[in-house]
Design a protein around this ligand. Structure first.
Ligand SMILES: [Zn+2]
Length: 332
């Protein structure tokens, strides 16, 4: 039997949804509290607790339309378990700025935050203590970068506490998000633990979808897929016929094809192409003479995950990323 769910004084009974706000008093100079809006969807049947947040990096809102499409029509009377949604970083969100003056570095590198720490750490602590700690069984922390949607997750052994089954469940969720490729993190980001890293360290499978401007439909399908797989809602799982598991590495240069000469770019491949070492992937030409100055070759076998298509390039500029393929998943 499902029970009442209460967060920061807001309660949703079985089969109900309700919305409220977490208020953390005393953080700002103007005397106003830090406020975090949230929605609770409390199902009628037993099931897991899924926590979804978006825009902890404030400009990364491309997935919001997909979240809206799923959650605005989610019926708690046809739900098993609980979905909690929040818009955690309201400080940055309202102005779509990463770094309001008091947020001095990446808010996604302070792990689960600290109730006695800096403003940023106190903000993250509010998300952790109200939505995750002792509550969430799965976490989806939606971010966004152009040009193509993919999903980050973490392999066993990267965060100190991640267990094999947590890494496995994270990979399953990452693939269910239904992007054409996922990036498996085999080493730490550096610069401190991510919020997702804190989750997996505490035994909670977690993913970071990086949603592109075209990623609303993938997000919609992905969230539904994950909820169907967790038996929270009825439905069919829909996946691309092929998905690539790529190796994420902190050494960006190891992934990059760069031009050695300034000029203008013509890519010869598309994002999603699988290339072999030595394949021609782009040319750089002179806009003064229209002579080809350089033919760029793939530096490894791999998957073209980004192309910086803006044509004007200086010497040494990255043109595209080619990531090592760890595995190819065929969905029949
Ligand atoms: Zn981000």
């Amino acid at each position: 039997m499902s029970k009442n769910v209460t967060i920061a004084g807001t309660t949703a009974g079985p089969g109900e949804k309700n919305h409220g706000s977490v208020h953390v008093p005393g953080l700002f100079a103007d005397g106003r509290p830090y406020e975090v809006p949230f929605i609770i969807y409390n199902g009628v049947g037993d099931g897991p607790n899924l926590y979804i947040q978006i825009a902890q990096h404030p400009g990364e809102t491309w997935g919001l339309e997909g979240v809206y499409n799923v959650l605005s029509s989610l019926d708690p009377k046809a739900l098993n378990g609980v979905v909690t949604f929040s818009l955690p970083n309201t400080v940055g969100f309202r102005f779509a700025t990463y770094f309001p003056p008091q947020i001095t570095h990446d808010i996604n590198r302070v792990g689960k935050g600290d109730p006695d720490g800096s403003l940023m750490e106190r903000m993250v602590d509010a998300w952790w203590t109200n939505f995750v700690e002792g509550r969430a069984d799965y976490v989806i922390d939606i971010h966004g970068v152009p040009p193509k949607t993919f999903v980050y997750y973490e392999a066993e052994g990267v965060s100190p506490g991640i267990a094999p089954e947590v890494a496995e469940a994270s990979e399953r969720m990452a693939l269910l998000y239904s992007a054409d490729f996922v990036q498996k993190q085999l080493e730490a980001y550096g610069g401190g633990s991510s919020f997702r890293g804190a989750c997996v360290d505490h035994g909670i499978p977690a993913i970071v979808p990086e949603v592109s401007p075209q990623g609303a439909s993938i997000t919609e399908r992905g969230l539904r897929n994950i909820m169907v797989d967790l038996r929270m809602i009825e439905g069919e799982i829909e996946l691309p016929s092929v998905q690539y598991i790529l190796n994420w590495t902190s050494d960006r240069k190891a992934n990059s094809v760069a031009t050695s000469v300034g000029g203008c770019l013509i890519p010869k491949v598309e994002i999603g192409d699988v290339v072999e070492e030595g394949d021609e992937v782009a040319v750089i030409y002179s806009p003064r003479t229209f002579e080809v100055l350089e033919t760029l070759k793939a530096h490894r076998d791999g998957y073209v995950s980004t192309i910086r298509k803006y044509p004007v390039k200086s010497a040494g500029e990255t043109v595209m990323s080619i990531l090592e393929i760890l595995d190819v998943v065929k969905n029949t």
